[in-house]
Design a protein around this ligand. Sequence first.
Ligand code: CTP
Length: 402
Amino acid sequence: MKTLEGKHIILGICGGIAAYKSAYLLRLFIKAGAEVQVVITPSGKEFITPVTLSALSGKPVISEFFTANTGSWNSHVDLGLWADAMVIAPATASTIGKMANGIADNMLVTTYLSAKAPVFVAPAMDLDMFAHPSTQRNLQMLREYGNHIIEPASGELASHLVGKGRMEEPENILKVVEDFFAKSQDLAGRRVMVTAGPTYEKIDPVRFIGNYSSGKMGYAIAEECARRGAEVTLVSGPVAVKAKHPAIKVIDVESAQEMCDAAVGAFPSCDAAIMCAAVADYAVENPATRKIKREHDELPVIRLKKNPDIAATLGAMKREGQLLVGFALETDNEMNNAVEKLQRKRLDFIVLNSLNVPGAGFKTDTNKVTIIDNHGQSREYGLKDKTLVARDIIDVLREMML
Ligand code: CTP
């Protein structure tokens, strides 16, 4: 079966003995229906000839920024946009270090830095180089960027030493990429609504009550759902981030009441709703129609009224088969508060993030969450980039879908 039919893959090859296996990997990709562009580092060419690779891929191999005889420029930006996946196999310690630190001194690393597609890295090196804290730290950085590391196997190495560092076999690398694409469309045909960002509650024409929510977590969730094939309605409060995926329809709102109206309107046709927005619990009862001026003798009093609880409203509307997910951002008594919200709002699961963990919560690019479901099961995750947190949350959502 052509499991990678029509997929565009950049195969990055670095200078290591395992480069001879890249020719075989390239053949497997082509047989699976992919179109492959090879990008090789200068030292990669010492290990495998571009002639072999271009014959197998049916395309000239790219290595330099300019093609020597014509002077034409090889655009790493265009390549990065063309690709559905970039697979770097073998990845040497040196290239991994350059990727982790943005040292863009060759075509492979510039292409990596421009690539919007998922990146798979299959390290190959001697066991001591692999075990060195520098290599491990760089690999950890790549993981945090969202790259997929295909762990090397243990076995006899080119040095005749035995240990971990041997590039994973081409068949297994193919399988990782195939699985990724199979899973990557696991929300095809589903509709998901996401609320994101803060709400603004008007005080007068120039002032509002708001909060520090950046919208990053909600937007990352919307992107993840769209990337996995869902049609997404993103009901968004005022934020600076922008939705990128074409399958995301954004409904811009300002107040909690507007967000509630949009969410109630969209929910009936959705399979799931994920409530990421930091909704103001109170609105101003009578917002001034003119700017409140300073020259009053007595201090102005702002009377508040309760806003609708959007998650609880959707919880009450929820049909059989629909899933509802909430967030809880707590400072104390975290677990009990989260479970209480899960039950009160009739959620299927709640994502607890603590304001007490450095790097988690509002404004940051990272988050650390615990997911608690309505069967009492809880799963704790490490501190990671919000795009990876979004992946974990959507994995749980997908598991729960019928
Ligand atoms: N939520 C909502 N509408 C509201 C308040 C909250 O939809 N008016 C949603 C949030 O998007 C989140 C969950 O409910 O998914 C929990 O939000 P949180 O502010 O922690 O809960 P509250 O019910 O407001 O409780 P409190 O502020 O007392 O902690």
